[in-house]
Ligand binder design. Structure first.
Ligand code: GDP
Length: 524
């Protein structure tokens, strides 16, 4: 294998998804610690505490400098290079989370063993399903009185529609949690919350007398459990996992470091190296030597006055080198990237090269847009970044009408960044904002004031949901003529139906059966 190919093969790019409080931050921290990327526990937590201390946007703003660099954490583990992409924990930024999931090759799903599958997990899982992203499952908090493991697996299978393949099996739970049995290498790891890495001892074989010595009567229970589990559950099938049909399941307690190393080992051993990505014209394999990538996230930089932004680009093929010239396909412009940011967790100094699977941050002044493709020249267009129908709508009302132009520019640019969505009804001059979370409106108002000098108020707007319309020109014209106040153009000049309520939506759908009403669409 050439060194170029092996650089790509050794990369693992993934994100952790979970419902708030399941233990994502704790697990992230422990993964970094096992990977040697942080020396002391607490570095990640400090950041989270700061982020959650207040929902006030000004405070969030102050934290941004930190969160830009910690949005992607790169660290070596064994012979691999890991890119762990952070997804914002706050519900209100879930759109950003969704888009981050398009930039990974696999995901780790954390389930709280007490609460089981929760609402946010289901939403995120559905996004992973759109691309059949392979998912490893970590059932956390076994040190608490949790639900029966078999019940948890059943719940995952029935609510998430994925087969579960237990890789480890817990011995007891809560106060009587003693460790896990590894179904595939026939070892038992004993849990000790006081041991440095959470594990007191590892022994080989279920028949090992040491097992009875250590856990007494629980040993016999374990032998019976394992026999049942082997009989009743799915065996691990690597292809089914890679196809997103089956999830290997690990049990542990992140806060006690227990089970974390097995999970990290699984990330490098089981999860895929960078995968091919689809463009509008062809599939691009990661090993193609020409550089290509797409922007999945834009983050405003520390100093809002300068309108500095970092565009996060996932490299899909080739090799990136400092100073390299790359083409922004949409504009045809060539960018010479001297100041790209890379994300080694250990030292934040910039790295000079990056490969498929890696993420680079490109500082810019608003010229780089969400969804942009960059290449070494070829006109490619990566597809598959989702945009979701907003759940909340507001009409922007400007306080000083002289600033209308700035408002329009500001809203357009913020929509391009993904801060909110913008809709302009065909028969009115309204500027309607759509968001997935209410906090997005505060962010937009704050940024309009500070970055564009526009004082804006948001009024309620009578819309329950939106659907992107796809159909023939004649059908689209017909629906636009019929419902001109409810049909709008979005930031990409695409037709959207803004439904005042579900009944109207249903009526419109019945009246125009040949038009597709899409709840999710790809940005490009
Ligand atoms: P996030 O919201 O998913 O990032 O969750 P956090 O990592 O912040 O964890 C939520 C809470 O669960 C915190 O109070 C953690 O200390 C706690 N927690 C995390 N892992 C464990 C665990 O293994 N056992 C127990 N008992 N608590 C845990």
């Amino acid at each position: 294998m050439s060194s170029f190919t092996s650089e790509i093969q050794r990369r693992r790019t993934f994100a952790i998804i979970s419902h708030p409080d399941a233990g994502k931050t704790t697990l992230t921290e422990k993964l970094l610690w096992f990977g040697g990327a942080i020396q002391v526990a607490g570095e990640v937590r400090g950041r989270k505490a700061a982020r959650h201390a207040t929902s006030d946007w000004m405070e969030l703003e102050k934290q941004r400098g930190i969160s830009v660099t910690s949005s992607v954490m790169q660290f070596p583990y064994r012979e691999h290079m890991i890119n762990l992409l952070d997804t914002p924990g706050h519900d209100d930024f879930s759109e950003d989370t969704y888009r981050t999931l398009t930039a990974v090759d696999s995901a780790v799903m954390v389930i709280d063993s007490v609460n089981g599958v929760e609402a946010q997990t289901i939403k995120l899982l559905n996004v992973c399903r759109m691309r059949d992203t392979p998912i490893l499952t970590f059932i956390n908090k076994l040190d608490r009185e949790s639900r029966a493991p078999i019940e948890l697996l059943d719940e995952i299978e029935s609510t998430l529609g994925m087969q579960c393949a237990p890789m480890t099996w817990p011995i007891g739970m809560g106060k009587s949690f003693r460790g896990v049995y590894h179904l595939y290498n026939d070892t038992i790891s004993f849990f000790d919350p006081h041991a440095e890495k959470g594990t007191a001892e590892i022994i080989q074989g279920l028949d090992n007398p040491r097992l009875d010595e250590l856990i007494g009567s629980q040993a016999e229970e374990l032998r019976i459990d394992v026999e049942l589990v082997r009989g009743a559950s799915n065996a691990f099938d690597k292809q089914a996992y890679l196809d997103g049909k089956q999830t290997p399941v690990f049990f542990g307690s992140a806060i006690n470091n227990f089970g974390v190393q097995s999970l990290l080992d699984a990330v490098v051993e089981l999860s895929p190296a960078p995968l091919s990505r689809k463009t509008a014209s062809r599939e691009v394999p990661p090993t193609e030597d020409k550089f290509s990538g797409f922007v999945f996230k834009i983050q405003a930089n520390m100093d809002p006055k300068h309108r500095d932004r970092i565009a996060f680009l996932r490299i899909c093929s080739g090799r990136f080198e400092r100073g390299m010239k790359i083409k922004q396909v949409a504009s045809g412009k060539t960018l010479s990237v001297n100041n790209a940011i890379t994300f080694m967790a250990q030292d934040r100094t910039t790295m000079d090269e990056a490969y498929s699977g890696d993420i680079i941050g490109i500082p810019n002044h608003g010229t780089v847009k969400l969804g942009d493709t960059f290449t070494e020249g070829e006109n490619l267009k990566f597809i598959g970044i989702p945009s979701f129908a907003p759940e909340y709508f507001r009409r922007a009302r400007i306080k000083n009408p002289m600033k209308m132009k700035q408002l329009q520019i500001g809203l357009k640019q913020l929509a391009e960044e993904g801060a909110s969505q913008l809709f302009r009804p065909l028969l009115s001059n309204d500027l309607i904002l759509g968001a997935i979370g209410l906090l997005q409106f505060d962010v937009v108002a704050h940024r309009l004031e500070h970055e564009y000098g526009v004082d804006v108020a948001f009024e309620s707007y009578d819309c329950a949901t939106a659907r992107w319309l796809r159909g023939s020109d004649a059908d689209l014209k017909a629906i636009a003529d019929k419902y001109g106040f409810n049909v709008a153009l979005d930031g990409n000049e695409e037709y959207v139906y803004l439904a005042p309520n579900r009944v109207n939506l249903q009526m419109a759908q019945e009246r125009y059966p040949d038009i597709e009403f899409l709840e999710t669409r790809e940005i490009f």
